[in-house]
Each structure stands twice: as C-alpha cells, then as structure tokens.
Design a protein around this ligand. Sequence first.
Ligand SMILES: NC(=O)c1ccc[n+]([C@@H]2O[C@H](COP(=O)([O-])OP(=O)(O)OC[C@H]3O[C@@H](n4cnc5c(N)ncnc54)[C@H](OP(=O)(O)O)[C@@H]3O)[C@@H](O)[C@H]2O)c1
Length: 253
Amino acid sequence: MACGSLAQMSSWLAPTAFVDRTVVLIGGGSGVGLCVARAVVEAGGQVVLGGRTQQTLADAAADLGDGARWRTVDTSDADSVSAFFGDIDIVHGVFTTAATYVTGPMRDLGEAEAATPFESKFWGQYRVVKAALPRLADDASIVLMSGAASVRPPGSAPAYIAANAAVEGLARGLAVELSPVRVNAVAPGTIDGNLWRTRDPDVRRAAFGQYVSAATIGRLITEDEVAQSVVHLLLNGAMTGSVVYPDGGYTFR
Ligand SMILES: NC(=O)c1ccc[n+]([C@@H]2O[C@H](COP(=O)([O-])OP(=O)(O)OC[C@H]3O[C@@H](n4cnc5c(N)ncnc54)[C@H](OP(=O)(O)O)[C@@H]3O)[C@@H](O)[C@H]2O)c1
C-alpha cells in the first residue's frame, strides 16, 4: 500500500510542523521510512534518504521533490555510515528502518545466521546514532525501529525477538545519555507493506493470518499508521525513553 499524503494526516499534522528541520531516514527509500519522508517533506521539512540501492533512493527522492536528497549507505559498515553524515550540517531527526536479517528457530539456525538481527538491526541502528552524534541539534529526536515481537513472540524466532527487545533497551539508555536529545522506539505489528511483499507467499499468508486473528482490530497494520507514530515521536517534546506500539492490540499492553 502506498503512503498517504499530508491531506490524510492534516487533522493532526500541521503543514509547517517540519519547517527548518532536517530528518535522516536510513531505509527511507521504501516502506515505513518513505512514508515518514513524505510526511516530513509535505510538512515543510528536509529529508536525507539512505539505503544501499542507488535507483531506489533516486526514484524516492524524485517523487518527494525539492525537500529530499539521498546518499547510498550500508549500515553494516561503520565507515559508510560515517561518510553518510559527512555532508549533513545539522540533524533534527533520525529514523533507521534499514535492516537485513534471517529469522528462525534456535534449533535450525547456525550462530552466524541467528546473529543477523543483532548485527543488522541492533548494531546497524547503534552505528547510525553514533555517527549522527556530532550533527545532532539539542532538540533533536531519534526514533529507533523495534517490532511488537519484542513483547509478544509471534513464533519461533528467538534471536529476532531478543534483538528487538535490545533495541528498546538501547532507546531507554540513550534517552538518558543523550539528553536533552530525545530517544524513543517504535514497535509495530505486522505491516501490509513493502517488506512482506518480498517474502515467500506461503510464509506471508500464514504470518498474516496468524496476525489478523491475534490483533484485536482484526487486521494488519499499514505503513502510514506506523509513520504517524514515528512523526509523533519526532515532534512531541514530552516523549523520551518510551516505546510506542502501533500494533492493533497484538501485544495488548
Ligand atoms: N514490515 C513489518 O511487518 C515490520 C514489523 C515490525 C518491525 N519491522 C521492522 O521495520 C524495518 C523494515 O522496515 P520496512 O518494513 O519499512 O521495510 P523495507 O521497505 O524493506 O525497508 C527497509 C529499507 O532498509 C534498506 N536497507 C536494508 N538493509 C540495509 C543496510 N544494511 N544498509 C542500508 N539500508 C538498508 C532497504 O533498502 P536497500 O535494500 O536498497 O538497502 C529498504 O529501503 C525492520 O527493522 C523490521 O524489523 C517491520
């Protein structure tokens, strides 16, 4: 499902909410990151999109218009992440959806495969925040990407579940260390969007069916709904050290 426009968010997002603000979105060439980018640009801000695929980023930035620029980056490589921030003067927001990992039962995965959620999702985001530090405005807001699996395991993927819980712990730790910069995490439920479109149809059908019956709203989450939670965390000066769960009642906390 494509991202909605500001018109759909306008009941709560002021059209000037991001004026003079620069938001870095690594993974912003697609999915939730792209939906956040669209909201930021339509509300007057600038975005810097990152990802590994030049064409994806160029297409996304062209679609977003003047408020968007892009640069390739691989969050598995600290030098690449540091170079990414090299020509950005000041950063008011950071959100990293970039992650490439394998999930599966402990019984089936070797240690290297099992470590991929930590290596890519946890350490990838850690590297991004560390490289952003010298550029952060005092009133900057960092949003880390977790997943509702952190608190309600969907099946047998223990290392992925633990990596998400670690991301949430990192948000709390950084909220203290980086104050007055605010740091939060967003932990979405299963999204009917770009990520799942690339997965095996049988696996997707089973996961979607399980999620729909477990969520109290009886449906999947949209990329726009997650983007709205991220925008809230970027803008609301009272939010820090929190985890927000746009999950349709899946974790029911
Ligand atoms: N979709 C869901 O149901 C769901 C639910 C809960 C949590 N999440 C979390 O959301 C994140 C994925 O976001 P999404 O759903 O919006 O999926 P997505 O559209 O696949 O976004 C991921 C983006 O990250 C980029 N990327 C991947 N690895 C990278 C790397 N090493 N360095 C730089 N960029 C990289 C990808 O582009 P390139 O391949 O071109 O680099 C892609 O644009 C993951 O952390 C996932 O665990 C997703």
